[in-house]
Design a protein around this ligand. Structure first.
Ligand code: BES
Ligand code: ZN
Ligand code: ZN
Length: 519
């Protein structure tokens, strides 16, 4: 895994004394001042505004070289470059303002990369109709997420120039330093966890196997308070997890069920997270077409999101809830023992599936994990995260994650969390008319509908069979796990989506009202 992490820290001197590569001020549209503590920058900003070239509009950036404008900038600005970044007018709703700060952070990282800056100081806006913790958090997230690179397999560049910023600093800009410190720390934890999920996903199928998932979780267990258990093939055979074992039959890599537990108090309710960890999906015997098949190394993004969310939950120390994460992980290949269309498998708990299409494998491994997790940990709520269906990309494109749920309050908590962190979620229906498409003559259910209609919904109906009465939600991230909406802080390739939604949701978690359970 890439190990050069970018650091972020508070800077408590006068910003003009910062002698790094880039000094940044965030400017609200129509505001004449950069910051109270930025006397020199304010003089330059006034000059720039006279020209009309920079008004502070959304996404506007203006780079200048203070050494060339020395007389205007007294006391002299020590930084090599000065950057003004427009925030626009703070007229959008609160979630929009959070997003604007993340976008500004991403834009700064991008500019810094263009001028090869290694050390960057950002002075916070004194107010942005958000509290100081949130301002610092959202900006830190944007800076670190926008600064992400994956260059593990690239030969080092000849000019030795860093591909990314090495050190970010935040100046409180007159906000309470303790609040800024708190927000910075939270933003750092969330961004690092999201980048960890991106790293796992960027790894090719031969660099990130089921064993790598197991090792990562074991290391997390040693580094944090999380308890890690890994069920291997023999343990899963004893438990009769026919879904995971069945999908694994065509692969030479052993499968695992990775378990991480975050428990702070026995009395707290448990929330169960389940992530699809398909480290490569060829489709199996029902093979996928070759064009674009390389993207199926990303079929483990749900598992990556769940593990990375646990990492952040442990670091933040979320209160009031226990969290258990399960990642069933295997490849889906077509070796000689592979599952065949027509085969019947028996899942953990006894339910049988008739295999119609071996490419509908995600639901088979999730079925075992859901049934096992619910029976073992008796959670009050469950959420699974999976790159489950191509149909979700057809339906929602790359801009919304699909959500399907048997419980309104639980669905609403996830939708609200997604909206707060800039990962929008859209709910789709479930219903017996969809479930019927998978009626089987000789088993309890077919693993795919008789036609492709409503493919994202029928997949969720299949999963619903394994959750009983437990409040459950399914996040289909097939469209958002990679090629997610282009944004300054979302790179091309894997986005790490789901990590921040899950952590936000669990940080704000409210028990599901008893009247809404066991519907
Ligand atoms: N991993 C795929 C879903 C997928 C496809 C995710 C494209 C992202 C991009 C999943 O295992 C799959 O192949 N699903 C099938 C189900 C069908 C055979 C019922 C699909 O969506 O076509
Ligand atoms: Zn598949
Ligand atoms: Zn798949």
């Amino acid at each position: 895994m890439p190990d050069q992490t970018t650091t972020i820290a508070l800077f408590d001197q006068e910003p003009s004394t910062f002698a790094g590569d880039l000094l940044v001020y965030l400017i609200e549209e129509g505001f004449p001042q950069a910051a109270e503590s930025g006397a020199a920058a304010n003089r330059l900003l006034a000059k720039v505004q006279e020209t009309g070239d920079f008004k502070g509009e959304k996404d506007q950036v203006f780079l200048l070289y203070p050494s060339l404008a020395a007389l205007e900038a007294q006391p002299a600005i020590q930084a090599k470059r000065l950057l003004f970044v427009g925030l626009g007018k703070p007229d959008d709703a609160v979630n929009g303002r959070r997003e604007r700060l993340r976008l500004a952070g991403g834009a700064i990282a991008k500019q810094a990369c263009e001028v090869k800056a290694r050390e960057v100081l950002v002075v916070l806006p004194k107010e942005y109709l958000l509290d100081a913790v949130e301002i610092a958090q959202c900006l830190s997230e944007g800076l670190l997420l926008g600064n992400y690179r994956f260059d593990l397999y690239k030969r080092p560049k000849d000019d030795k120039a860093p591909g990314r910023v090495e050190r970010f600093f935040l100046h409180d800009g007159g906000l309470a330093a303790s609040a800024v410190g708190k927000g910075l720390e939270r933003g750092r934890i969330l961004a690092e966890a999201t980048c960890a999920a991106r790293d796992m996903a960027n790894q090719p199928g031969n660099g990130w196997t089921p064993a790598e998932f197991a090792d990562y979780a074991k290391k997390l267990g040693k580094k944090t308070r999380l308890k890690c258990t890994v069920l291997d093939k023999a343990a899963m055979q004893k438990l009769r997890m026919g879904g995971i074992l069945g999908v694994n039959q065509g692969s030479a890599q052993p499968p695992f069920l990775v378990i991480l537990e975050y428990r702070t108090n026995k009395k707290y309710p448990t929330v169960l997270l389940v992530g699809k960890g398909l480290t490569f999906d060829s489709g199996g015997i029902s093979a996928k077409p070759p064009a674009g098949m390389e993207d199926m190394k990303y079929d483990m993004c749900g598992g990556a999101a769940v593990l990375a969310a646990m990492q952040a939950i442990a670091e933040i120390g979320v209160a009031g809830v226990n969290v258990v994460a399960l990642v069933p992980t295997t490849e889906n290949l077509s070796g000689p023992a592979a599952l065949k269309p027509g085969d019947i498998i028996r899942h953990y708990g006894g339910m049988t599936s008739e295999i119609i299409n071996t490419d509908a494998e995600g639901r088979l491994i999730l079925a075992d994990a859901l049934a096992y997790g619910i029976e073992t940990y008796k959670p009050q709520a469950v959420v699974d995260v999976a790159t489950l269906t191509g149909a979700m990309i057809i339906g929602l494109g790359h801009h919304y994650t699909g959500l399907l749920s048997n419980n309104d309050p639980w669905a609403e908590q996830l939708i609200a969390a997604g909206a707060r962190v800039g990962e929008p979620v859209w709910r789709l229906p479930l219903g017996p008319e969809y479930r019927k498409q998978m009626d089987s003559r000789i088993a309890d259910i077919k693993n795919a509908g008789s036609d492709r209609s409503g493919g994202g919904i029928t997949a969720a109906c299949y999963l619903e069979e394994f959750v009983g009465d437990t409040p459950w939600a399914h996040l289909d991230i097939a469209g958002t796990a990679w090629d997610f909406t282009e944004k300054s802080y979302i790179p091309k390739g894997p986005s790490g989506t789901g990590v921040r939604t899950l952590v936000e949701c669990l940080s704000q978690w409210r028990p599901i009202p008893a009247a809404d359970r066991n519907q």
